[in-house]
Design a protein around this ligand. Structure first.
Ligand SMILES: Cc1cc2nc3c(=O)[nH]c(=O)nc-3n(C[C@H](O)[C@H](O)[C@H](O)COP(=O)(O)OP(=O)(O)OC[C@H]3O[C@@H](n4cnc5c(N)ncnc54)[C@H](O)[C@@H]3O)c2cc1C
Ligand SMILES: *[C@@H]1O[C@H](CO)[C@@H](O)[C@H](O)[C@H]1NC(C)=O
Ligand SMILES: *[C@@H]1O[C@H](CO)[C@@H](O)[C@H](O)[C@H]1NC(C)=O
Ligand SMILES: *[C@@H]1O[C@H](CO)[C@@H](O)[C@H](O)[C@H]1NC(C)=O
Ligand SMILES: *[C@@H]1O[C@H](CO)[C@@H](O)[C@H](O)[C@H]1NC(C)=O
Ligand SMILES: *[C@@H]1O[C@H](CO)[C@@H](O)[C@H](O)[C@H]1NC(C)=O
Ligand SMILES: *[C@@H]1O[C@H](CO)[C@@H](O)[C@H](O)[C@H]1NC(C)=O
Ligand SMILES: *[C@@H]1O[C@H](CO)[C@@H](O)[C@H](O)[C@H]1NC(C)=O
Ligand SMILES: *[C@@H]1O[C@H](CO)[C@@H](O)[C@H](O)[C@H]1NC(C)=O
Ligand SMILES: *[C@@H]1O[C@H](CO)[C@@H](O)[C@H](O)[C@H]1NC(C)=O
Ligand SMILES: *[C@@H]1O[C@H](CO)[C@@H](O)[C@H](O)[C@H]1NC(C)=O
Ligand SMILES: CC(=O)N[C@H]1CO[C@H](CO)[C@@H](O)[C@@H]1O
Length: 648
């Protein structure tokens, strides 16, 4: 009797975990793939030992005593590992070392790739910007521009050849923590540039690097859940997520468990990758802060090849730095424990108004747009958040719509935890003000019983996408004071918005208030999220397009002008003194990037970087410590298509 009851119970326990999630009880319970580690002697010894089964007999100093090479090894140079060394590395990696060709290589009859296939090329060309082929590919990025545009579908005037350019040369298709350790040890000992790729969404091309070995974390999809994790500083529901988990994976897993988690507006972005490590903003940010604030503990392979726990009590300096200090800088994260929240009724709304669409004057349009911004403080105090687009004065160069006039689209605003009646009531004072101005808006309201369908009603499923090759972007965090209509900064900020729009720059902005009170990051001194975020009510990205026929020199002049010239992003910087820019959606040419992306945290972040990575195994353009390195790129463009060297 007792025995059969026991059997029934254990069968139930087996059935419980569901399709893609299992449960865990303590933060110390790692995923199985993290229990597969290299032998200790292969990690901390002073010999060239990149994996257990292959070691060289030359003793090699590590850490502070290591040789400081002027440049990373590069294909074709004498110091690039021989084919024999790569072969041994591949064998020791048990078949997970790839040498991938760019997807568009099938379009070109080259001896390097020898994979010409007209039908496959037609397919790639057609689905280049929309299909999932690129997202699940080991080396393709969202912005081919940062690779150097060396292998695109054939495009008249742009692409007619295919080379490896700024794409990595080798990739470790990671499925265990040991694979990550082996890759880090190999790169460090062989002086090969190391990059980390998760989804390739980075908007500065940081998953790329000519002559590099890439750690590809995309397939680490494990998810585990507990309804009540109890640790110092937190008690409540939590997920452990593997490094490859994307927003769509965790949105679904959370919804299945009647919970929600902080993710961004694009459901294909990777959560424990660049998103949470760079900060991570979300439709939930006005309620629960940044993605980095969600992290309760994490697992990471550092530059010495060690697999470490970083938490409030273990390697706490590293834990502080990784949560906001940026990806590909301190180590390779293999999993994170993140907070979850009980699901909630969610209301959504979209608003559209424009000079032509609402039949209003230009002055009235800007008054209405200013009215919207003037309510940001009140919106966020009530937990609302959202996204807006500001389409500029005239047609974009390529859209050729001579009648285009400025318009604003709020798409959408989220009221998480609000019924439609409550949500409407909160927005009514602003809606009344728009009516008083005589502005008719198109408005669509909806209420959903939970967050997941509300999210997808507004933000459709996405793949990797492709950013235009003739576009740059910069961003600014707009502080609370700048949206206070009674303060001096308001008119200056509105004037800056208008001046930028009048030069045809489109905006994609966000309404949110990820304060420390909402985010509540664990640990004695919070995390390394750029402090300007805590006082911001908006993160606003501004886009600038250059004519497609510009030469590299013209492109650089255009981009420098946009980044630092008096009619570019300087307008917004001047209107918001002391604020900053969100590192993950920013301009690679941002002046004084250390201050703009990291603020007062920079000195401490650099100290943590130097402690855990004294040899510079990890590098990310515009990341912490990147000022000591330079990519010697083709045409000197800000791309990853060139050798990485120390700045002399
Ligand atoms: C269409 C689109 C929408 C976006 N929406 C949002 C949004 O709503 N909110 C927001 O905050 N951001 C948003 N972003 C920006 C996004 O957060 C960054 O692009 C982020 O860097 C993506 O991280 P990833 O891991 O998916 O991408 P990747 O490009 O693969 O990686 C990004 C960076 O992190 C490093 N990295 C990746 N995985 C690891 C790891 N396991 N350990 C260490 N380093 C790692 C990479 O080397 C790289 O430097 C958006 C970007 C795009 C293209
Ligand atoms: C570096 O070299 C010094 C002097 O030879 C030695 O004392 C020290 O132990 C070395 N440190 C490491 C990390 O090898
Ligand atoms: C390769 O497989 C062997 C046997 O399973 C294992 O001992 C070794 O750690 C693996 N190597 C790596 C780098 O994972
Ligand atoms: C590819 O190029 C080679 C050498 O130039 C040529 O012999 C071959 O016919 C080409 N193949 C295709 C499919 O065009
Ligand atoms: C074309 O692409 C689709 C997916 O986008 C794929 O299913 C199909 O097999 C491809 N066809 C060829 C000929 O490559
Ligand atoms: C990468 O490894 C996974 C298993 O972890 C496998 O399913 C996938 O096919 C591999 N991808 C490539 C491109 O080899
Ligand atoms: C979670 O666990 C803690 C400590 O075990 C307990 O005090 C608390 O009541 C639990 N909360 C819930 C919602 O079960
Ligand atoms: C509202 O929607 C209609 C129909 O799509 C469109 O014609 C009109 O321009 C829109 N008005 C505004 C203010 O966006
Ligand atoms: C636009 O507004 C003007 C008055 O401001 C009015 O005369 C005109 O009829 C309006 N046009 C439309 C299409 O409503
Ligand atoms: C601000 O929000 C409160 C509710 O918290 C509301 O009563 C008030 O009318 C709002 N004020 C404005 C100007 O929107
Ligand atoms: C801001 O501009 C408005 C009208 O454009 C004006 O009434 C107001 O006095 C200005 N505020 C400040 C602080 O200069
Ligand atoms: C080559 C290229 O990417 N051209 C783009 C320039 O920007 C416009 C506007 O986004 C795009 O439509 C073009 O495709």
């Amino acid at each position: 009797m007792a025995l059969s009851k026991l059997i029934t119970l254990s069968l139930l326990a087996l059935a419980a975990p569901g399709v893609c999630t299992s449960s865990f009880k303590t933060p110390l319970e790692l995923f199985d793939f993290e229990k597969q580690l290299l032998d200790k002697s292969a990690v901390s010894g002073s010999r060239i030992r990149f994996v257990d089964s292959y070691s060289d007999d030359i003793p090699r100093p590590i850490g502070a005593n290591a040789t400081k090479h002027a440049c990373k090894a590069f294909p074709g140079n004498a110091d690039w590992p021989s084919d024999d060394v790569w072969k041994k590395f591949a064998i020791s990696l048990n078949g997970t070392l790839l040498k991938p060709a760019p997807v568009s290589s099938v379009c070109y009859n080259t001896s390097t790739y020898a994979n010409y296939d007209a039908a496959a090329c037609a397919n790639i060309t057609q689905g280049w910007a929309t299909t999932f082929v690129r997202m699940d590919h080991p080396i393709e990025p969202v912005s081919p521009m940062f690779e150097g545009l060396t292998c695109l579908p054939p495009t008249p005037g742009v692409a007619s050849t295919c080379t490896q350019g700024g794409y990595p040369v080798y990739v470790v298709n990671v499925s265990t923590a040991a694979h990550v350790q082996a890759a880090v040890n190999f790169a460090r000992n062989q002086n090969v540039r190391l990059v980390v790729k998760n989804t390739g969404h980075d908007l500065s091309g940081k998953s790329l690097g000519a002559g590099s070995l890439s750690v590809w974390t995309h397939n680490l999809k494990n998810i585990a859940f507990t309804s009540n994790l109890t640790m110092k500083g937190y008690s409540g529901p939590a997920f452990r997520v593997g490094a490859g988990v994307q927003a769509f994976d965790i949105l679904k897993a959370a919804a299945d468990r009647k919970h929600m988690v902080v993710t961004g507006i694009c459901d294909s972005v990777g959560i424990p990758g660049g998103y949470s490590q760079g900060g991570g903003h979300s439709p939930l940010s006005s309620l629960h802060g940044m993605s980095a604030d969600q992290v309760l503990s994490l697992q990471v392979v550092t530059a010495d090849g060690e697999f470490r726990t970083a938490s409030p009590t273990q390697n706490s300096d590293l834990f502080w730095a990784i949560r906001g200090g940026g990806g590909s800088t301190f180590g390779v994260v293999t999993s994170m424990i993140i907070k979850a929240y009980p699901d909630a009724t969610t209301s959504v709304v979209t608003f559209d108004w424009g000079v032509r669409e609402s039949n209003i004057s230009l002055e009235t349009y800007w008054q209405g747009t200013a009215s919207y911004f003037a309510h940001f403080d009140n919106f966020t105090k009530n937990g609302l958040s959202g996204q807006f687009f500001l389409y500029p004065q005239e047609s974009l160069p390529q859209t050729a719509d001579p009648d285009a006039k400025p318009r604003t689209s709020v798409a959408p605003m989220f009221g998480v935890g609000k019924t439609l009646a409550e949500f409407k009531q909160l927005l009514q004072p602003w809606i009344d003000e728009m009516a008083t101005l005589g502005i008719q808006m198109n408005t669509t309201w909806a209420e959903f019983p939970s967050f997941y369908p509300a999210y997808y009603s507004q933000l459709p499923p996405s793949s990797l996408g492709v950013m235009p090759y003739n576009m740059t972007y910069g961003s600014r965090l707009i502080p609370r004071a700048a949206f206070d209509r009674t303060g001096a900064g308001f008119n200056a900020t509105m004037a800056a918005f208008r001046a930028l729009a009048e030069q045809n720059h489109m905006f994609n902005g966000f309404l949110l208030a990820p304060t420390l009170d909402t985010g509540k990051p664990v640990g004695p001194d919070g995390n390394a999220v750029l402090p300007a975020w805590r006082d911001a009510l908006s993160h606003t990205i501004v886009f600038a397009l250059w004519p497609e026929d510009y030469s590299p020199a013209q492109q650089m002049a255009f981009r420098r002008d946009f980044a630092t010239g008096s009619k570019g992003m300087k307008l917004l910087r001047d209107a918001t003194p002391g604020s900053g820019s969100y590192m993950s959606e920013s301009d690679r040419l941002e002046p004084n990037f250390q201050e703009a992306f990291f603020g007062s945290n920079y000195a401490r972040l650099l100290a943590v970087k130097n402690k855990y990575d004294p040899e510079g195994v990890f590098f990310a353009s515009t990341g912490v410590g990147s000022e000591f390195w330079k990519v010697h790129s083709v045409d000197d463009l800000p791309t990853e298509n060139g050798q990485l060297c120390r700045v002399q």
